[in-house]
Design a protein around this ligand. Sequence first.
Ligand SMILES: NC(=O)c1ccc[n+]([C@@H]2O[C@H](COP(=O)([O-])OP(=O)(O)OC[C@H]3O[C@@H](n4cnc5c(N)ncnc54)[C@H](O)[C@@H]3O)[C@@H](O)[C@H]2O)c1
Length: 342
Amino acid sequence: MKILITGGAGLVGSECCKLFASDGWGVISIDNYTRGKLFGKESETSTTMMDLRKKYSIEHHEIDIRDEKIIEVVKKVDAVIHTAAQPSHPKSIEIPMEDFQINAYGTLFLLEAVRKYNKEIPFVFCSTNKVYGEAPNYFSYKKIGKRFEPIDPTLKDGFDESLRIDQMMHTPFGVSKAAADLYCQEYAHLYGLKTGIFRMGCITGGAAKAAEMHNWEPFFIKKALTGEELTIFGHAGYQVRDVIHAADLAKLFFEFIKKPRAGEVYNIGGARKNSISLIEAIDLIEDITNKKIKYKMGPEREADHIWWISNINKARDHYPAWNIRIGLKEVFEDIYKALGKK
Ligand SMILES: NC(=O)c1ccc[n+]([C@@H]2O[C@H](COP(=O)([O-])OP(=O)(O)OC[C@H]3O[C@@H](n4cnc5c(N)ncnc54)[C@H](O)[C@@H]3O)[C@@H](O)[C@H]2O)c1
């Protein structure tokens, strides 16, 4: 069995490469290292691919997902996991055209290749909770300890897939991803493709490359290690996120590929148990690293969520063999360990 993983050098892509290669799949990765060009040298993912290829047998092509050459790859694989993206919502405000070209057009280009040349294979799409734009911010929250919590008790387990996606601000990233997300759904409804759409919040782990505009967890840890000042954007750091390790996410994709359910949409994150506010994260990181983080408050970011916890019940129902295995502290320790090595 062979799988195509786009963005194979990235955080999620590299975990998927590891998992499928360890399971005996032939893994073909596509990544043109756009991440380094977008976020700078420290975010470069080519080193991740070099390290991966020392340990696993992975066929890697340094090409763009919009390159016609990808069609020959699509023809010969049994599944696709599409992770390649311009992944940052603040960055998309600077480069809306490129963001659209990669996220919306790039995904449609791949869907078309699958539809025309290999229609029966499962296709996993990495969407985002940013497709919900500012919708979570229309709910009321109160401060409890060092975090916000919703007033409405029915939200205790987080937002499910019924949250509305339009008629508010998103940033271009939220829009380009929503377009790709809807195309993936449409290609299931209209053409019968076995697409699975996974809407994530904060994915992280040892393979995460720190940038201020993407992957806040390693970025915060780096600030602890260097002693440089960190800026927290808005909400006094009480905003809540739910963190999932990329290895846990890869396992869910594995389950989906074994038993695809065409056109289904899933909210995925670390859920209530792996939820943390930014200020709580600072406490946790200080505890793990034994270093103090200097920080100041900055302006709120556009369409940034005040509170997001993913309700993952639907994914758990559909894929009962899957669950979150890596706890919050372990996730942060893994990043710390990986940064210590660099
Ligand atoms: N990391 C998160 O917290 C998070 C949250 C929600 C959704 N997502 C989504 O999950 C997916 C994976 O995210 P990630 O954190 O692994 O991102 P990442 O930046 O670590 O990896 C993406 C990879 O895709 C490559 N890439 C970008 N454009 C490309 C192109 N045109 N052609 C070929 N390769 C290209 C990059 O070089 C990079 O190696 C993305 O679709 C992202 O939007 C991520």
